[in-house]
Design a binder for this molecule. Structure first.
Ligand code: C5P
Length: 283
């Protein structure tokens, strides 16, 4: 049996560019793996199935990206890949823009590779992962990385920035495809700064500069939503330096410095705010 911590991500920067002939959009982003994650225990079985426990009942196994990752590998390596049992402890909110499904898919590819001794290099898993979802290659690598193309062309970013992250999930489930559609139909604001400002702030471990530089195009799709305003107001009142939308939403993240401020902010929010609240660190 192997246990994998399947971490979530945020985007320090997310700019959606042109729509491509294949229906996807080119983008420019900076992905960041975060401390929040699902714990997934994988075990090989002698059945011909992928059995998953621990997901809410309204997630059918056949549409679970873990099942899709297992099917992909089983089709390619029919003699080697046997059945799989997965016990999940879910922490990442669903439809929250934190990449939970893609992260689980990446974990499943790694687990199948190990459990059935396929010996595929990470680059190979990334290539296969891209067929399951645009963010899956990032989750094979983790850490921090620039993403281009539809998000699968990655350049690693090394930095030592440490900060706390407060995540508010307003309970709104955003469909990523719908969010892209909505974005293409509205007039957008442009970022004040380019991706370089984010990279410089990360390189110099400058949290204040990072707070100025973060940008997410998808905020254009939610500026008129009451939950977005409310979540930002809660995070500001609680003492966060900056708040922003995660991916296509609906999670809103607040940044705090790492000097124990997390606890104070969390205590305030637990007292005042009814949204689902999670605290973690950038690591
Ligand atoms: O790649 P993934 O399956 O996560 O994408 C979900 C949907 O989001 C796609 O079907 C597409 O509509 C949209 N998308 C996009 N451009 C991207 C990534 C996703 O248009 N770069």
């Amino acid at each position: 049996m192997i246990v994998i911590e399947s971490h979530a991500k945020i985007n320090w920067y997310l700019r959606i560019l042109d729509r491509r002939p294949d229906g996807y959009h080119n983008l420019e982003t900076v992905f960041q793996e975060i401390g929040l994650g699902d714990s997934l225990a994988f075990e090989a079985t002698d059945s011909a199935e992928c059995q998953i426990d621990g997901f809410p009942a309204d997630v059918p196994a056949e549409s679970n990206l873990i099942t899709k990752a297992w099917e992909l590998m089983r089709t390619e390596f029919p003699g080697k890949v046997r059945g799989l049992h997965v016990q999940a402890q879910k922490e990442i909110p669903r439809g929250g823009g934190l990449g939970g499904g893609s992260s689980n898919a990446a974990a499943a590819l790694k687990a199948v590779n190990e459990l059935f001794d396929l010996k595929l290099p990470a680059s190979d898993l990334e290539m296969r992962g891209a067929t399951l979802g645009s963010d899956v290659p990032f989750f094979i690598r983790g850490g921090c990385a620039i993403g281009r193309g539809r998000g699968e062309r990655l350049t690693p970013v090394k930095h030592n920035l440490r900060c706390g992250l407060i995540l508010l999930f307003p309970g709104v489930h955003v469909n990523t495809g719908e969010a892209y559609k909505k974005l293409s139909g509205i007039k957008r604001n442009s970022p004040d700064n380019g991706i370089e400002s984010v990279l410089t702030a990360l390189n110099t471990n400058d949290l204040n500069a990072l707070c100025q530089a973060t940008y997410n195009d998808f905020e254009n799709t939610v500026v008129e939503s009451k939950w977005f305003d409310e979540a930002r107001a809660y995070l500001a009142l609680a003492g966060c330096h900056r708040s922003f939308l995660c991916g296509s939403g609906s999670t809103v993240a607040g940044l705090v410095s790492e000097d124990g401020q997390n606890e104070k902010v969390l205590e305030y929010l637990h007292r005042t705010c009814a949204y689902q609240i999670k605290g973690c660190v950038i690591s």
